[in-house]
Design a protein around this ligand. Sequence first.
Ligand SMILES: CC(C)(COP(=O)(O)OP(=O)(O)OC[C@H]1O[C@@H](n2cnc3c(N)ncnc32)[C@H](O)[C@@H]1OP(=O)(O)O)[C@@H](O)C(=O)NCCC(=O)NCCS
Length: 179
Amino acid sequence: MHLSLATPDRNSEVTDLMRRTFTASEGAEEGNLIGALARDLLTTTPSQDLRVFIATAETDVMGAIIWTRLQFETNTPQAFLLSPVAITPEWQGKGVGQALIRYGLTDLQKQGVEMAITYGDPSFYSKVGFQPITESMIKPPQPLAHPEGWLAQSLTSATLQPVEGTTRCAPALNHPDYW
Ligand SMILES: CC(C)(COP(=O)(O)OP(=O)(O)OC[C@H]1O[C@@H](n2cnc3c(N)ncnc32)[C@H](O)[C@@H]1OP(=O)(O)O)[C@@H](O)C(=O)NCCC(=O)NCCS
């Protein structure tokens, strides 16, 4: 298994992986929704606001994670949101998801990103350092259907601090269906 920063020539493989993985775990409707989200994130997000990492075996992509910038009204701290995350069914449960997320966190930290945020299952994301936060601590870009899945971690030595004001996500993610 090899972990790397993905280049745009991998976009269609990443999109296809997202669609297949979510179709297998949650059905065709969710698979198509997340496949479309991945495609839109990869094709409409400015490059400085996007960071994609892949796990490959031989040359096949078997895991992918997409990070996009979260912009606060105050402009600080520098933050990226992790969504979506997918490991192809044949490779699930082998540590690839955690390794790929840790790889991405280390890269973002090196880029000067100060905070990582995600929206998902706390029992999985707590394994890679995320902890639950409240909506008053960091306002989500859209109302949350599952507030218990709103998670963050500091990428500096400072502890997480509340952020004042509103939060803007990548345009492709700014739809209630994803929240
Ligand atoms: C969720 C997912 C990314 C995890 O990646 P993975 O490579 O299978 O996970 P790892 O092998 O690194 O970690 C396995 C651990 O995470 C837990 N885990 C795996 N999937 C989980 C899930 N959906 N919810 C909660 N915990 C999960 C396992 O129970 C296991 O815990 P253990 O080590 O205590 O036994 C992957 O299974 C996947 O792509 N699933 C389908 C799509 C999806 O649900 N994406 C995430 C949306 S929030």
